[in-house]
Write a protein that binds this ligand. Structure first.
Ligand code: GDP
Length: 444
């Protein structure tokens, strides 16, 4: 999977990294090539367009770090956008619900639905020690229920006894009931597929959903299907409402377009990938790893990341020196606020500390949220450079102008100035003591 795309992207971006300065023309030409490569890999047109727009926007606006060549910066931007397109973080199957948790598998015939049902059940049973029940709701294909029974036997997972003549919704109801009585943690429903999407299939899926109230609805899709995969995902999501995707046959030599577009089109995470016919050929999906594989330029990406860290550290060091000397002005405060935003605002910073979920809620209740940063940054950006360096200049008429310019009030400005003064005092009192950079130097 992805081999040809990898080759293409590699040579396009290598062409960029080789050179010194990079013009807009170079970037545009490279992006045209990237666009073509993605389309050839069968990525949906709308996704490709969105992708190249975002890369262009970031490439144009980005300040190139001093130890990095502009082309390397572009590689990093393309990499980050790829990760974003694939969904940033890996997301596991969510079993956080009262038992029995119902997982419903949907998808076209031949997509690998039954096999994947078996793989997930086997993993939950063997690795996670969950008590699992599987049930086939496929009453159209005569051998379907028998196929799942055999998989159950082979993997040591219980299957719902087959009662001929029952409707899919009745089987679903019986499965949930049996799981309740049997004390099962999870019940996986393997639904029927068709060779293509049709109305009766969608109605059947909606009925089963209503009856079984699944916590997860996973769309199983063959990674080798091209553009069709996007329509498939969109249809299932609109009509049935999926919670995640499973891509099968990622072991094949497809071009990978489906894999790259489905998540972007539905906004639903790819939770698992199938990488073979065997029951253990199931893997978690890691967007970053896949992006690394597609781009094959991990060394450049980490080089740019390092450089960015170094710049931040240098900035922090310089700021710490200024603070120690009692020179913390509003330009510095602006830098600090931006840094906080970069870390994801209040939520992001709190999210990095373990066990602070509650505190976050309390802060939100007290009205401390990211809008405060935004307001403060707006205030500072409405000031002249001189005012930022000399806040003592800010008297009534200047405050009025700044309030009007930033859409805030004089009271907001006073609050900001007070906070800045307090920070300055605190820093001065810390500055004299301690080692190089003081405590804040270490904190940043
Ligand atoms: P269903 O009709 O959606 O239930 O599809 P099946 O589960 O019966 O799978 C159809 C075929 O695809 C079977 O031969 C499976 O062994 C095969 N298959 C399923 N998942 C994968 C996978 O991840 N990789 C490969 N190579 N084959 C798979």
């Amino acid at each position: 999977m992805f081999e040809s795309l990898q080759d293409r992207l590699g040579s396009i971006l290598n062409g960029l990294t080789g050179r010194g300065a990079l013009s807009d023309k170079d970037v545009s030409a490279a992006l045209r090539e990237v666009r073509r490569a993605l389309l050839e890999a069968d990525v949906a047109l709308e996704v490709v367009r969105d992708f190249t727009d975002k890369v262009r926007e970031k490439a144009v606006g980005s300040e190139v770090l001093k130890s990095i060549k502009p082309g390397q910066m572009v590689v990093k931007i393309v990499h980050d956008e790829l990760v974003e397109m694939l969904g940033s973080e890996g997301v596991a199957i969510d079993l956080n619900a009262p038992s029995p948790v119902v997982v419903m598998m949907v998808g076209l015939q031949g997509s690998g639905k039954t096999t994947t049902t078996g793989k997930i059940a086997a993993r939950l049973t063997q690795r996670d020690r969950r008590k699992v029940l599987m049930a086939s709701l496929d009453t159209r294909r005569p051998a379907a229920q028998e196929q799942l029974r055999q998989i159950g036997e082979q993997t040591g997972v219980e299957t719902l006894p087959i009662i001929p003549g029952q409707s899919p919704t009745d089987i679903a109801g019986r499965a949930v009931q049996a799981a309740k009585l049997g004390g099962h943690d999870v019940v996986i429903l393997d639904t029927a597929g068709r060779t293509h999407i049709d109305e009766p299939l969608m109605v059947e899926m909606a009925n089963i959903r209503q009856k079984a109230n699944p916590h997860e609805i996973l769309l199983v899709a063959d990674a080798l299907t091209g553009q069709d995969a996007v329509n498939l995902a969109r249809n299932f999501d609109d009509r049935v409402g999926i919670t995640g995707l499973v891509l099968t046959r990622m072991d094949g030599d497809g071009r990978g377009g489906a894999a790259l577009s489905m998540r972007a089109v539905t906004g639903k995470p790819i939770k698992l990938i199938g990488v073979g016919e065997k029951m253990d050929a199931l893997e978690e999906f890691h967007p970053k790893r896949i992006a690394d594989r597609i781009l094959g330029m991990g060394d450049i990406v980490s080089l740019v990341e390092k450089a960015a860290e170094t710049i931040d550290a240098e900035k922090a060091q310089a700021m710490a020196e200024r603070m120690k000397a009692g020179k913390f002005d509003l330009n510095d405060l602006e830098d600090q606020l931006k840094q906080m935003q970069k870390l994801g605002g209040v939520g992001g910073i709190m999210g990095m500390m373990p066990g602070v979920g509650k505190m976050k809620d309390q802060m939100a209740a007290a009205g401390v949220d990211d809008s405060i940063f935004k307001r403060q940054l707006a205030i500072i950006s409405s000031m002249t450079r001189r005012e930022r360096a000399h806040p003592e200049l800010l008297k009534h008429s200047r405050k009025k102008r700044i309030a009007a310019g930033s859409g805030t009030s004089a009271a907001d400005i006073n609050k900001l100035l007070k906070m800045h003064r307090q920070m300055g005092d605190m820093m001065k009192s810390m500055g004299g003591k301690g080692k190089k950079g003081g405590m804040l130097g270490k904190m940043m």
